[in-house]
Write a protein that binds this ligand. Structure first.
Ligand code: GLY
Length: 412
């Protein structure tokens, strides 16, 4: 309790300092400027071309570890992030090489529109084809792919559990990550797809509010439902430190997911929920001063006897990148001091991710932009490595911030 108070005071002092600064500069004044943003985006373009060289034609980049590039095929959940990052950077620089590289990878991904074995189709298809359609305006080519993909995703919905099934093992497991795939469904409904896509997204979000979240507004990673009657069989973790812990990326998937659902539906209850998640994360006693979270909020407290004790203080840059992007959007969804606080948080994260501590120097890190992410410590997989989705949300956050500076809406 005392630690909570100390941390609250610490966060309050930090935010107050940033707020005073913002007040004195006026609301339009931001702490990051165009020069900073342009530098990060230009560096990202140079670096992603290194990644392109390290990536075989028939594969997608996933990570880099002990001097070795790690790739995936199109069916892996992260396959859409690299083409998505190329497209974001193309949107910024209009460099035709980036568009050509993205188009090449989209050819590999096209078949995933028929994949009914994964809930990750939002990541795989909306980050890739969704961005391609938005940026090029080519609806004739890309809309049919998106609508078929949304139909495939919707096959995983159960009206009994009122959720979309995540994995095809256990009973009917749903992971918090699945909140991120809902944007694909709301967008598909808007594009003229089945209106049930939107209803499914809303129902899934509502069920997740009820079943995934604890009183303190942290969330479980996994809720396993009984597919026959919709009751909950077990609440647990898969990638976190223990069942009752707060796996960091899961908290960020939820934060981003509910802010996105507010944007997509206009329903204020989602914004209220996202604000409560934000409060949990930002006031947490274990949130480091640089706002790059540990891989699990509870990890620093693990006893020496715990098998994950050696990883107590591993940071996860992917969580931070997601938070930066979500908080930029949320800074436009709320008003006054809270808006400033959210923007200040995003600014701090972007500054730190862009520092030598997290951002790779040109040509290093296998061509990935950011260092120090964590895939899954319990699976002894991708520990303290770059990850393609960390890069995607980092670039997304940079672009969102740039849109703010340019006086545009964060998301069109
Ligand atoms: N969606 C899997 C992960 O966040 O690691």
């Amino acid at each position: 309790m005392l630690m909570y108070k100390i941390n609250f005071i610490k966060t309050f002092a930090m935010v107050a300092a940033l707020t005073v600064c913002s007040f004195s500069q006026g609301f339009a004044q931001k702490k990051l400027d165009t020069t900073f943003l342009n530098q990060q985006l230009k560096d990202a373009i140079l670096q992603i071309k290194v990644l392109a060289k390290n990536t075989p034609e028939h594969m997608l980049p996933r990570s880099f570890n002990v001097g070795k590039s790690i790739h995936s095929e199109s069916g892996w959940w992260t396959s859409g992030f690299y083409p998505g990052t190329l497209l974001y950077l193309y949107e910024y620089a209009k460099d035709p090489e980036l568009l050509a590289l993205a188009k090449q990878k989209l050819k590999l991904l096209e078949k995933e529109q028929f994949n009914e074995t994964t809930h990750d189709l939002g990541f795989m298809l909306y980050c890739s084809f969704g961005n391609m359609m938005r940026i090029t305006g080519d609806t004739a080519t890309y809309k049919p792919i998106l609508l078929t993909g949304a139909k495939s995703l919707a096959t995983r919905y159960s009206p009994i559990t009122k959720t979309i099934r995540s994995w095809d093992f256990d009973n009917f497991p749903v992971i918090i990550d699945n909140m991120m795939n809902l944007e694909f469904l709301t967008a598909a409904a808007r594009l003229g797809g089945n209106s049930q896509f939107r209803d499914i997204a809303v129902t899934h979000a509502n069920t997740t509010m009820k079943e995934h979240y604890r009183k303190d507004m942290s969330c479980y990673h996994v809720v396993d439902y009984n597919p026959k009657d919709g009751t909950v069989i077990k609440k647990k973790t898969n990638q976190g430190a223990f069942d009752e812990s707060a796996w960091a990326r899961g908290q960020a998937w939820g934060l981003y997911g509910y802010a996105m659902m507010y944007r997509e539906t206009g329903d204020k209850k989602y914004l209220k929920f996202a604000n409560q998640i934000a409060k949990y994360m930002l006031n947490h006693v274990n949130m480091p001063n640089d706002l790059i979270p540990y891989w699990d909020f509870d990890a620093p407290n693990l006893p020496d006897s715990n098998k994950y004790a050696p990883y107590r203080t591993n940071r996860d840059a992917s969580t931070a990148a997601l938070m930066a992007s979500a908080f930029i959007e949320m800074s436009t969804q709320v008003k006054g001091k809270l808006a400033k606080q959210y923007l200040n948080v995003a600014e701090t994260i972007l500054k730190n991710l862009s520092s030598i501590a997290y951002k790779a120097t040109y040509g290093s890190n296998g061509g990935f932009l950011l260092k120090h992410s964590v895939g899954s410590i319990p699976h002894d997989s991708e520990i303290d490595v770059p990850l393609t989705y960390a890069d995607y949300y980092y670039v997304e956050a940079l672009l969102r911030y740039k849109r703010l500076l340019d006086g545009k809406k964060v998301i069109d």
